[in-house]
Design a protein around this ligand. Sequence first.
Ligand SMILES: Cc1cc2nc3c(=O)[nH]c(=O)nc-3n(C[C@H](O)[C@H](O)[C@H](O)COP(=O)(O)OP(=O)(O)OC[C@H]3O[C@@H](n4cnc5c(N)ncnc54)[C@H](O)[C@@H]3O)c2cc1C
Length: 496
Amino acid sequence: MSTQSVVVIGAGIGGLAAAIRLAARGLQVRVFERAAGPGGKMRQLQVDGQAIDAGPTVFTMRWVFDELFATAGARLDDHLRLQPAEIIARHAWSADERLDLYADHERSVAAIGDFAGAAEAEHYRAFCKRARAAYETLEQSFIHASRPSLIGLMSRCGVSGMAGLRGMRPYDTLWQALGEHFADPRLRQLFGRYSTYCGSSPFAAPATLMLIAHVEQQGVWLVRDGMHRVARALAALAEGLGVELHYGRGVSEIEVTRGRASGVVLEDGERVSADAVVCNADPAALSSGRLGAEAIAALPRLPASRRSLSAITWGLVAHTEGFALERHNVFFGRDYQAEFDDIFRHRRVPREGTVYICAQDRGEGNIPSGPERLLLLLNAPARGDMQPFDASEIEQCERRVFSLLERCGLRVARHPERCQVVTPRDFEGLFPATGGALYGPAIHGWRASFNRPASRTRIPRLYLAGGSTHPGAGVPMAAISGELAATSLLADLAST
Ligand SMILES: Cc1cc2nc3c(=O)[nH]c(=O)nc-3n(C[C@H](O)[C@H](O)[C@H](O)COP(=O)(O)OP(=O)(O)OC[C@H]3O[C@@H](n4cnc5c(N)ncnc54)[C@H](O)[C@@H]3O)c2cc1C
């Protein structure tokens, strides 16, 4: 029997994970990536001669990657240097309101006690229990399930799991649930921010998203030499298994023969046939026709109103003073509701938005003595296909960002030539048909997670992998989606 062949469109984390799993099972895999290297959103910018991670910076759920390496007969620790972060993140509301969360649960309890009082520290304990229960209930029954459906979830949960599901109160919003735990609005804001990890508003996301808090408590790792290393390590792992990786070669069309995906046409006109196709490009590219007229039928089109968050990011090399930055830092705006109303209701950049800073030369005890590499991120509406985000708009936004940082005591001596700004418009260019949405559809309302595209599409032999599909956004979830796509594909090929 001849070896079955698969084309993967895109070398993002989901595409690479699918390619590794398929090659490990003996399939012939070719990956076509339009960018010059692997990683997709996990990319780097060159600023002032230095490489800055410009996408994901918080590495969680390392066990997903341990398992992926093991699938290929390798060990993650032989390919990547990971160090558990002692301080998960430093949070600030003003010059004298700061709170660190730690990997050590009891240290976090004590820090919350000092910050907001003993009662809130106890509330935090209860919140952690609830977040853990949410994670444990959903891990096998939902996250690893190939198709997100309520009925499937209920049947996999069983009777005891159903009680757990009801206990999570999935019809409440995350913000409401947090109100039951914390009296201090700052803590509500801190834990509500986890919904933004999947591009959603805490005021509309279901309470179940508190499971992200549990994921972070299970560990945040610092990747030596930057997150982009993860993508490169996965690409090397794939190549070691015989996967052909073709960079700078975009796919313009998915071919469908007798109702089944049968290959792709590259932007240079070359045709590549295959027994199956895995699409790691955003599903919006399929349904908008960017991958050919036939692929439009693969899944329903996502209305722009249901897109998740985009972002404006600043990659800089700069001197900082006045605030002891950690690796991960969050500077909160004063009015959280207004911030998300601005983005999701008024569809504009928030007037005072929360700013995340990844200080990439810090952590592991390092404190840079000179200019340091920073990535600043402000959430923004995914309107990169409708709005220019021109220089004057960015300048205005930048003034507000840096004045919030100064209010919290941080001064950043920035030079325009040592700074690269990326807007939703740029993200739209990198990830076509998304408007710059970085996390697929927003998870707003309890049904939203069930409506996410699954690994199988309506076109047989065409599969989806990536952070815009089930089980969700983020680096480990994208890797799990790659596993789900590979599992579905292998099962379908085996059944014929
Ligand atoms: C600024 C930012 C910060 C983030 N922070 C975090 C974080 O801290 N922690 C975390 O876990 N997650 C974070 N995320 C989310 C995380 O990066 C993503 O969920 C994950 O990397 C998505 O992977 P993916 O598999 O969907 O592929 P993507 O990264 O979306 O890559 C898709 C690939 O497909 C390619 N492609 C598209 N169209 C074509 C075509 N026609 N032909 C060929 N190739 C094509 C693209 O070039 C791209 O390389 C962040 C994302 C961003 C942007």
